[in-house]
Design a protein around this ligand. Structure first.
Ligand code: ZN
Length: 324
């Protein structure tokens, strides 16, 4: 290599990688420093880092983004999204992402974050995945604050008080399509060069989601008793889409009183409900108590599982088996 042009090459390389990686910070450059020869940094060869709040959103981003993206999940598996407070390290990771996909409805930490992102001018594109979704209000009897919400700072509580909207938007495949469209629009914005690729992927995933929806309808067809009891009210959008009625055990994010439990047992007997659904993230004590009273059982269904379509198939199988 001609030594005279080496400094120029290095400058060019650094300049190009800064340009290509935008705000993603260090560690994303593909430049080979020992040879300095890796000048073909085009921007599109480097996967775009996309942060998401919840595990199910990973599939949405990966299906649209394919090998052009890599994802970072903010809320770790098993954590309660309603009360989770990400560490400064996790926030740092998200603020270095090119795009951050929020749930966008009543997730207390997201509100705090978006303000902070703006104050540090991180340059991360915030994509509100609930944009365009018809939001459902939490019914008076299934309004929940999230366990331990009162322990948090005032700003975290306010969101719940103000909105009373149901944040569990992704449990409806129809909503998932809107979330996917929002993700597509975000990717097309941060990486316009691959817009056609993203659009093709989006359309293919739409077909998968439409088939999922058709399978769920088929499974639930002809069920007469369409009531189900669930510990935490995560399945409201699912219930609304498939003409089911969700009866939550949890009341305003708290364990129900003995009186509430007695009422629930009566209701379960009246509606012939034999199964209490719980999610792995929630407590089982009162769910177990109700199940014992009605001679039924407790079954876990996870609204926060990875592999969205596979999980929704699994969950709808469980619903179908346990509705009469
Ligand atoms: Zn929840």
């Amino acid at each position: 290599m001609n030594l005279k042009i080496l400094p120029l090459l290095v400058l060019l390389t650094v300049g190009l990688s800064l340009f290509a990686s935008g705000c993603t910070g260090p560690g994303n450059s593909q430049t080979n420093e020992s040879t300095g020869q890796d000048v073909e940094v085009t921007g599109s060869s480097e996967p775009i880092t996309v942060a998401v709040s919840l595990l199910p959103q990973v599939e949405f981003v990966e299906k649209v983004g394919g090998d052009k993206v890599k994802t970072v999940v903010i809320i770790p598996p098993g954590a309660d999204p309603h009360t989770y407070e990400p560490s400064p390290k996790e926030m740092g990771e998200a603020s270095e992402a090119r795009m951050y996909v929020t749930v966008g409805v009543d997730m207390p930490f997201e509100k705090v974050w978006i303000d902070r992102f703006e104050s540090i001018n991180s340059g991360t594109l915030i994509v509100n995945s609930s944009n365009g979704i018809k939001l459902r209000e939490l019914a008076a009897d299934d309004h929940h604050e999230g366990e331990g919400a009162e322990e948090h700072a005032g700003e975290l509580e306010v969101g719940h008080e103000e909105t009373g909207l149901d944040p569990h938007i992704w449990t409806s495949p129809a909503n998932a399509k809107i979330m996917v469209e929002n993700i597509y629009e975000g990717l097309a914005k941060v990486d316009p060069g691959n817009k056609t690729y993203y659009a093709q992927n989006r359309d293919a995933y739409f077909k998968e989601l439409d088939s999922l929806d058709a399978r769920i309808r088929e499974k639930l067809e002809g069920k007469k008793e369409r009531n189900f009891i669930v510990y935490h009210p995560s399945w409201g959008y699912f219930a609304a889409d498939y003409n089911l009625t969700m009866i939550p055990v949890e009341i305003e994010g708290k364990e129900p009183s003995a009186e509430d439990l007695a009422k629930l047992v009566d209701l379960a007997k009246e509606k012939h409900v034999k199964v209490i659904f719980i999610q792995p993230q929630s407590s089982t004590r009162s769910a177990q108590a109700v199940a014992e009273e009605i001679g039924g059982e407790v079954i876990a269904v996870d609204p926060l599982a990875k592999d969205y379509i596979a999980n929704m198939d699994n969950v709808s199988d469980i619903f179908a088996r346990n509705l009469v």
